[in-house]
Design a protein around this ligand. Sequence first.
Ligand SMILES: [Fe+2]
Length: 223
Amino acid sequence: MKNVPLFATNIFHQEIDPSSYQKEKIVNAIVSNYNKNPSRNNWAFKGSTNLHHYYNDWNNKDYDEVDLSSLIPLYHVFFKNVLSEYSFINPVSYKFTIQNITVGHDKNQSMEYHHHLEESDNSSCFFVSVHYLSIGANSQTLDLKNPIPYADYLISSTNHFTRKYLDSKDPAWSYRRPSWHILPKEDEIIFFPSFLHHSVKPSSKEDKKLRICIATNYHLKII
Ligand SMILES: [Fe+2]
């Protein structure tokens, strides 16, 4: 029997080995900057929290530079591995851009549903990744919204059946649910198509550990 993942929205998880790059140096620089000002930048999305993040503020002289050069080669390896899971009928090249680094405690860190828009030139943002350099064991989930319009109909009509009979942990049934929740682990990178709306809900829990994430956009280009 052949199982065909029709209209699949594939999510990839992988550990980035913390001993294979200068993680401590990177985290120390990020935390040092965070301690200078926990609200470095206004969050870009309406209703989301004001937290320390680097979007459009990479060259701010008030903060130490975060040297990601030891990490970038690992992202290349990771992305090439992901691309090997897909077929292409013509050669493509790629580039990726570190979009943001966010730092904060769960209680002060949330973001509304948003997606990463595709660009209008030859290269498009096809994928997004979030790499968790630091996160508590019981941190907030990364929530991914079901992109199928059909899901809205299911929520109002047959949700009872879904709840009562379908295994909520089975991704094969995810098309019948409004969203999918991933509890990220430290050192994990989570990778998904850029059109997928994602969010982190506000938390009422006290947490000691900082949640530090690196968000990256990946673009494919025709050679
Ligand atoms: Fe995002």
